[in-house]
Design a protein. Structure first.
Length: 268
């Protein structure tokens, strides 16, 4: 059966979130080095990430955040003002202290006991991340190639306001999609079958008529496999071949390969 709709993941599929985070850390750590020249930027970044993860995993609502797929790095800069679920109010209350402690503890690990600087860096990091809405070189060429021929749906895990902010930060991106589903709005995230079935109902397609495209085998690929939908794994880093439940139907190393791949699928 031919493909009628393409479902896209957002983070590290269309939006280069890894690069935005990396550059934001570099800029924020550079500000710390202005105050203390002995700080090593890589060491500080590593320490902050370590403490952020530890603090995040100790949060009582971590299972919910993990299910929606709000990462510890996203929580260092996300807004949690939206979202109907009460858990988002708890995240909203948790975030300011979490950010401060992550940077304060990171600084202490590299030998700097400066609470005020930690608080300043905790405020600076979200600004630096927001200043970097970066897409892959293939994002718009691929969307241009597919729009009009296929229904397009954006299926993204995360907090409602953060994911909407990411999309809106890229001019014209939202205009390519017939629908956008955010796990924080839906109440469950990929790889849950329910969110994929909801997407299919919006698109009015069967599993065989859809194609899921994403970078994460454990969410994008696994979820598509669970509902019997073909999928494409964008293997940015040349990782080892997946097997089992999260083995992709197809694999590409670059988003730009997608239109030709879809063309070949349609000819079969």
């Amino acid at each position: 059966m031919g493909i009628k709709a393409v479902l896209f993941d957002l983070d590290n599929t269309l939006l280069w979130d890894e690069l935005g985070i990396s550059e934001a850390f570099s800029a924020t750590c550079a500000k710390a080095i202005e105050r203390y020249s002995e700080i090593n930027s890589t060491d500080l970044e590593t320490a902050v990430k370590k403490h952020a993860l530890s603090l995040y995993e100790s949060f009582e609502l971590y299972p919910f955040a993990k299910m929606i797929e709000i990462t510890h790095l996203e929580a260092l800069w996300a807004r949690f003002d939206e979202g109907a679920l009460p858990q988002f109010r708890a995240l909203q209350a948790f975030a300011p202290g979490y950010r401060r402690e992550s940077w304060i503890r990171g600084l202490r690990e590299v030998g700097i006991d400066d609470v005020q600087l930690g608080e300043e860096l905790a405020e600076l990091f979200p600004m630096e991340r927001r200043a970097r809405p970066i897409v892959y070189e293939g994002t718009f060429p691929v969307l241009d190639a597919l729009k009009g021929t296929y229904k397009l749906l954006l299926l993204t895990n995360g907090a409602p306001d953060l994911q909407r902010e990411k999309v809106e930060s890229i001019p014209n991106l939202v205009s390519y999609f017939d629908h956008m589903i955010i796990s924080g709005d839906f109440g469950a995230g990929k790889p849950a079958e329910s969110i994929f079935r909801y997407a299919m109902s919006l698109l009015e397609i069967s599993p065989e008529e859809g194609l899921m495209v994403g970078d994460n085998p454990n969410t994008d690929i696994l979820g598509a496999n669970r509902v019997g939908m073909r999928n494409v794994w964008i293997n940015h880093h040349g990782s080892s071949v997946r097997s089992g439940d999260n083995a992709p139907t197809f694999e590409v190393g670059n988003l730009l390969e997608l239109p030709d791949l879809i063309g070949r699928i349609q000819l079969k």
